[in-house]
Design a protein around this ligand. Structure first.
Ligand SMILES: [Zn+2]
Ligand SMILES: [Zn+2]
Length: 250
């Protein structure tokens, strides 16, 4: 009994060793050979900008100098988004863009565990007290064409790295929205207005939820999702993205 119970795991180990032996691990971003699996080469590592404190208490925008634990950036002092706190692992730039596109286009889904670990670390303040992670949903027609949702992959990877459980289908996309890619901030907000809803029968009241997405640019998409959760009575709404765009010089 004992032998048969341990055999599959043993086979998996051997299989893994064979795969590792034949295919040396590759850098997650550029593909050069590296010493260990799920890692970046030293050049890519140096080119990525990982966010770290000191940062805005609300949105995680990095500050050049320590400003005090509760300090807010100018945008957070001015605006009142529907979410409570946002964090991102990486600055969205031409380097991190390679990771985002590789994940989105599906040929490199093996990236997800490493990215999930980075997001788990960057979002620790949000995740440690959260009840659920809710990935930003795709419209079902897009999901059908692409077969997976990159935000969902990241959410599951964050959970696997020690994060809270995933609520994969609590948020739904009611209508198919054109890609946000070429739109300005106002058009983006209009494009996604009313696009999301909470699936029937799901109770959010009093829960602490973290919305997960791959990239935050203007924040229009997560704002809409946060509004839905807030309206449904969420006690806390966090936003955690793999990457976040900053304005030049910001
Ligand atoms: Zn590399
Ligand atoms: Zn801020």
């Amino acid at each position: 009994m004992q032998i048969s119970a341990t055999l599959p795991a043993r086979f998996r180990q051997i299989g893994r060793a064979i795969v590792d032996g034949v295919l040396p691990p590759r850098c997650l971003a550029c593909g050069v050979t590296v010493g260990e699996p799920d890692a970046l080469c030293s050049q890519c590592w140096a080119s990525m900008t990982f966010f770290a404190p000191p940062w805005c208490a609300k949105c995680g925008l990095p500050f050049p100098h320590p400003m005090g634990e509760d300090a807010l950036c100018a945008a957070c002092a001015r605006n009142r988004p529907s979410w409570d706190r946002a964090r991102a692992a990486l600055r969205y730039d031409k380097h991190s863009r390679r990771l985002v596109l590789a994940l989105k286009h599906g040929d490199r889904t093996h990236l997800a565990p490493a990215l999930g670990r980075w997001m788990r670390r960057a979002g620790a303040e949000l995740l440690d007290s959260a009840d659920l992670i809710a990935p930003v949903p795709l419209h079902w027609t897009r999901l059908f064409a692409r077969r997976f949702n990159q935000a969902g992959l990241l959410a599951h990877a964050i959970h696997a790295a020690g994060g809270p459980p995933v609520a994969p289908d609590w948020l739904i996309r009611r209508r198919r929205t054109p890609s946000q890619g070429r739109l300005g901030p106002t058009a983006r907000a209009r494009n996604v207005r009313g696009a999301f809803a909470l699936r029937g029968g799901r109770s959010i009241k009093g829960k602490r939820i973290v919305i997960v997405d791959d990239v935050l640019t203007t924040g229009a998409t997560v704002e809409e999702c946060a509004r839905v959760l807030r309206r449904a009575g969420a006690a806390f709404v966090g936003v955690l993205t793999l990457a976040r765009a900053l304005r030049a010089g910001g």
